[in-house]
Design a protein around this ligand. Structure first.
Ligand code: FAD
Length: 464
């Protein structure tokens, strides 16, 4: 006989499918409440002069939460959305509804873990059940203890591939045993978080948030369009929706699970095509896992300027250069086009992220944590470990990436003309090295480095 009155606390697992916390709560409890809590602090201003989470991420989160609410309702459920903090909303709900048990996804990063712990401390009589749900391979199945996660991805990936099976994805529950009579209070206004009407209304995330859109994207990228077959060769581009999967925003908020993607790719391999592309997409999900587990191993040190290696580097930290980089006004078109795309859509290709981060760290010599914080503020796919571990790698482990050479290698002219209106009428040479021509509307570069000389010479030989 089920006696528990449970609460499902949704965080970055905004989905019905493959959701262990939801499924277990549904099995164990006679009645359930469903809740998502916005953390007001997430929108506060950092010393660097921007918000920790900007409006475009707010918008994407709102879309995703509203879609979850709709889907819960279709199963007879509801979704209470707290507007301040879990620390305020959960104790209130526990008291008001006599909640005995709370079910949620397990956290892995310091700030989120501290919040979950604080909530637990406030509710000593409530039983908490946390379930691992973020990664492709379950944390308990990999052949490493977290404290011994290897320092290189290869040393992680090969044993995991040989020894670990991906668990089967769970189906969404059927009709929900929800507490009756919960009033729908709508979604908290952007105004509560200090956003202006115009910035809210003008923010347009690259993709629409939510589980429905995530599952549609999965179908589209695989069986519908068969774009997956060419992923290996298209993945380094920057322009449009089709060169890569765009699963990351959905994975970040848990609108889709990595296991569901895996199962779809396996099905595709059986029915359509198995090739380097299908292998590579799974390989990228394994990278995501690796960064998650490695960030867990090193804890808060991954957010420090000296990184987890405690390595001293020389930073110039010029605030003006930082501002130009943020605004996409460095005068280096490949960097600026990507930064402007990020500011407008909340998304940037992997190629763009690598170039913007490398230029930031190795050319502008600005503390890498400032750049990582800016990406955190803007990226709709912001994920603690993917963002901070990739930035960490750019700062401490990866060789320099030359943004002038790369703009030519990836034939970025159209992309540049699209995102930098000042260069929209330029020819194929001018678009890549505008400082060599008279284009007064576009900023002059912060600096032209000698090491770019060869790349500039090659561009000058292109046909305009
Ligand atoms: P696809 O190429 O289609 O890849 C499929 C999936 O694999 C992605 O959705 C993602 O979940 C995973 N993946 C791919 N590349 C990586 C990678 N290098 N590291 C971890 N996972 C990867 N990714 C995020 O999800 N959130 C971030 O906050 C984030 N910040 C980054 C910061 C920097 C400086 C760099 C260099 C990379 C960052 N990435 C981040 C990784 C990568 O750029 C994005 O995952 C990718 O561009 C998302 O597009 P996609 O879904 O179309 O990727």
């Amino acid at each position: 006989m089920k006696k528990k009155r449970g609460l499902v606390w949704f965080k970055n697992d905004l989905r019905l499918h493959d959701n262990q916390a939801l499924v277990t709560a549904h099995e164990e409890c006679s009645e359930l409440l469903f809740c998502y809590c916005i953390e007001k602090n997430d929108f506060s201003e950092l010393e660097l002069g921007f918000r920790r989470t900007d409006v475009i991420r707010f918008r994407f989160m709102e879309q995703s939460v509203l879609n979850l609410k709709k889907n819960l309702k279709s199963l007879g459920g509801h979704l209470i959305v707290g507007d301040d903090s879990a620390l305020v909303t959960l104790p209130k709900l526990v008291e008001e509804y006599g909640i005995t048990d709370i079910y949620a996804e397990e956290e892995y990063a310091a700030y989120e873990m501290a919040l979950a712990k604080e909530v637990q401390d406030l509710l000593p009589k409530t039983k908490f059940h946390f379930f691992w749900g973020k990664t492709l391979y379950h944390k308990d199945d990999i052949p490493f203890e977290i404290s011994k996660i290897p320092l290189t991805s290869k040393a992680y990936r090969i044993p995991v591939g040989k020894k670990t099976e991906v668990r089967k994805a769970l189906s969404a529950p059927g009709k929900l045993n929800a507490v009756a009579g919960i009033k729908d209070e709508g979604f908290p206004s952007y105004k509560l978080y200090g956003f202006k009407k115009s910035e809210y209304e003008n923010s347009a995330p690259l993709v629409e948030g939510g589980e429905d859109a995530a599952l549609q994207r999965l179908d589209y990228y695989t069986f519908e369009s068969r774009l997956l077959t060419g992923y290996r060769w298209s993945r380094n581009k920057s322009d449009g929706l089709d060169y890569s999967s765009k699963f990351s925003p959905y994975l970040a908020l848990g609108c889709i699970s990595a296991r569901v993607i895996y199962e779809k790719v396996k099905d595709y391999e059986e029915k359509v095509k198995k090739n380097q592309s299908t292998w590579w997409l799974i390989f990228e999900l394994v990278w995501r896992d690796y960064f998650t587990f490695k960030a867990m191993r090193f804890g808060s040190s991954v957010f420090r300027t000296k990184g987890y290696k405690n390595k001293e580097m020389e930073w110039e930290n010029d605030p003006l250069k930082f501002e130009k980089w943020c605004q996409g006004k460095t005068g280096i078109p490949f960097v600026d086009a990507h930064m402007r795309q990020l500011n407008e859509t909340g998304f940037m290709s992997n190629r763009g992220r690598v170039n913007c981060a490398s230029y930031f760290v190795h050319d502008l010599k600005i503390d890498w944590t400032w750049g990582a914080a800016y990406f955190e503020s803007k990226l709709i796919d912001y994920d603690v470990s993917s963002n901070w571990m990739n930035w960490h790698m750019q700062a401490f482990e990866i060789w320099y990436t030359n943004p002038v050479h790369q703009s030519n290698k990836y034939r970025a002219q159209d992309f540049i003309r699209q995102w930098i209106p000042e260069l929209s009428d330029t020819n194929n040479i001018e678009a890549l090295i505008p400082w060599q021509f008279d284009i007064p509307a576009y900023p002059k570069p912060i600096e032209i480095y000698k090491k770019w000389g060869r790349a500039v010479n090659l561009i000058e030989k292109l046909s305009p």
